[in-house]
Design a protein around this ligand. Structure first.
Ligand SMILES: Nc1ncnc2c1ncn2[C@@H]1O[C@H](COP(=O)(O)OP(=O)(O)OP(=O)(O)O)[C@@H](O)[C@H]1O
Ligand SMILES: [Mg+2]
Length: 505
């Protein structure tokens, strides 16, 4: 036997002897519970007197659950993992832990479930830290004003409903009106903006989940994004935890001083799952059968999105929660709750969508309460002028329906408004740089679109976009510089030989 192997063997013997010397026999109390009933994603457990809310419980068959309800003698727990062997009588132990999820840059480009288990075929997560799913929101003294813009790349939002880093902006509307498209565009537009993204998909079909991930990958956005998924077929407990898991991943980066964008798609499904769990756990139903604490659940989640001050690293978490309305009813329980928790909303309207105005954002019913402070003053000034024209057009448009004869000035305003409406249309998955927003605003305010036919607008905009991407003045440059540049790119119709735009080459 070589001498170093002998030495290590001696060392081990010595350590074991020391351990035996120190060993004192004693009693250790371990609480042992057992399952009384199980079904629909929840388990009732008896016999764990020191269990507390949110405790993680391990079952003898390998299942796992989280304490969700404490009643006299019985614990209601939501299952996080289950096996076919889970039945009444299965033994249960406390772990003394609460839930946390791996966080850090290893999660970029990955797709995980709310427990942090990878759902893609990538390598196991080499994480450095675990982040708790439930924590308090940052105190007031840790917060700063929202000062930096977060560009969505969508014309209507970046000009008239601007969003700032650290803001919570609700995307609200009936199903199928393009809410997810706006969120996806915003994530895609963060390319090169030094913003990390978390996209949370709650209770969606596998095909939509696959579609979202494929789109993110195709547009090069997956590399700075983490997708947190709890599909419709997963346990309701996991669907309930998904937004909190996504928030925890984002929070880790925010605490590191990074800017993060998190999308919750969507919180209506989340609220329904929470209602299901609450009713199964015999909690008293309130309005629309939702439990009374659904407001605090959503407020707790969204209050964690904020902009931290410089002393805390200056990171930010911008949240885009999505909520669904039925027949445009924004006064329903969950939508009103979320409207009151967030800093503004982008409202999508079915009539606009059917009329071909997409993204179908109703400017009159959308608002951003704090984003204006973060908007670039140049854009804000130009957008203000443009918005007045748009609102005036909306008022006047009513008269055109009666076929009334209008004054010439009103006719002009209506014609201008119609063109503006054409300009504001935007395809999905085509976010635009902020310099382009400035360019079209200046062009519109300088009247360079006046006198054109609406079907020329897409071509004119495409040419303008190409020119802006090639060379555009900085936002800081004086307005005259912009005015001159834009007039060169988009000759006024009377000066142009034809209505077609100048060749960008
Ligand atoms: N800007 C747009 N231009 C053209 N079509 C659009 C635009 N935005 C969305 N759409 C179309 O509208 C449909 C619904 O979009 P999306 O899935 O984003 O809506 P949603 O509100 O998230 O719907 P769901 O209720 O299914 O979640 C899609 O078929 C999409 O192609
Ligand atoms: Mg959607």
């Amino acid at each position: 036997m070589p001498s170093d192997v002998g030495a290590s063997f001696d060392g081990r013997l010595q350590r074991q002897a020391q351990w035996l010397d120190r060993y004192r026999p004693g009693l250790r109390v371990v609480e042992q519970g057992s399952v009384v009933a199980v079904g629909d994603g929840i388990a009732w457990i008896a016999g764990l007197p020191s269990a507390a809310m949110d405790d993680i419980l391990d079952f003898a068959d390998g299942s796992q659950a989280m304490v969700f309800d404490l009643t006299e003698g019985l614990i209601g727990a939501v299952l996080l993992r289950d096996t076919d062997a889970l039945t009444a009588g299965t033994r249960v132990q406390r772990t003394g832990r609460t839930l946390s999820i791996p966080a850090g840059d290893a999660l970029l480009g990955r797709c995980v479930d709310p427990l942090g288990t990878p759902l893609d075929d990538g390598p196991p997560l080499a994480h450095t830290r675990w982040q708790p799913l439930e924590t308090g929101s940052p105190p007031i003294v840790a917060r700063d004003f929202v000062r930096k813009p977060l560009y969505t790349g969508i014309k209507i939002i970046d000009t008239m409903i601007p969003i700032g880093r650290g803001q919570r902006q609700l995307l609200i509307g009936d199903e199928g009106l393009g809410r997810s498209s706006i969120a996806l565009d915003t994530v895609i537009n963060q390319r090169g903006q030094d913003v990390l993204c978390v996209y949370v998909l709650i209770g969606q079909k596998r095909s939509s989940v696959a579609g979202t991930i494929a789109t993110l990958r195709a547009y090069g956005a997956l590399e700075f994004t983490t997708v947190v998924v709890a599909e419709a077929s997963r346990l309701p407990g996991l669907q309930h935890l998904a937004p909190f898991a996504g928030c925890a991943v984002a929070e880790f980066w925010m605490q590191q001083g990074r800017d993060v964008l998190v999308v919750y798609d969507d919180l209506s499904t989340h609220a329904r799952t929470y209602r299901e769990l609450s009713l199964l756990l015999h909690r008293p139903p309130g309005r629309e059968a939702y439990p009374g604490d659904i407001f605090s659940v959503h407020a707790r989640l969204l209050e964690r999105a904020t902009c931290l001050n410089a002393a805390r690293g200056g990171g930010s978490m911008t949240a885009l929660p999505i909520v669904e309305t039925q027949l445009g009813e924004i006064a329903a329980y969950i939508p009103t709750n979320l409207i009151s928790i967030t800093d503004g909303q982008v409202y999508l309207d079915r009539a606009l969508f059917s009329g071909g105005f997409r993204p179908a954002i109703d400017i009159g019913r959308s608002v951003s309460r704090i984003g204006g402070q973060a908007q670039h003053p140049r854009i804000s000034e130009e957008a203000g002028r443009m918005k007045l024209d748009y609102l005036q057009y909306q008022e006047l448009e009513v008269f055109t329906r009666f076929g009334a004869r209008l004054e010439a000035s009103m006719e002009t305003a209506i014609r201008r408004g119609r063109l503006l409406r054409e300009i504001l249309k935007q395809e999905r998955l085509a976010p635009l740089p902020v310099a382009f927003q400035m360019a079209w605003l200046v062009a519109f305010n300088d009247g360079l679109f006046d006198g054109r036919d609406s079907d020329q607008i897409p071509n004119l905009l495409a040419a303008l976009e190409q020119r802006v991407r090639d060379a555009a003045p900085g936002l800081e440059e004086p307005r005259e510089a912009w005015s001159k540049a834009v007039a060169g790119w988009l000759p006024a119709p009377d000066r142009a030989a034809s209505a077609a735009p100048a060749d960008p080459a």
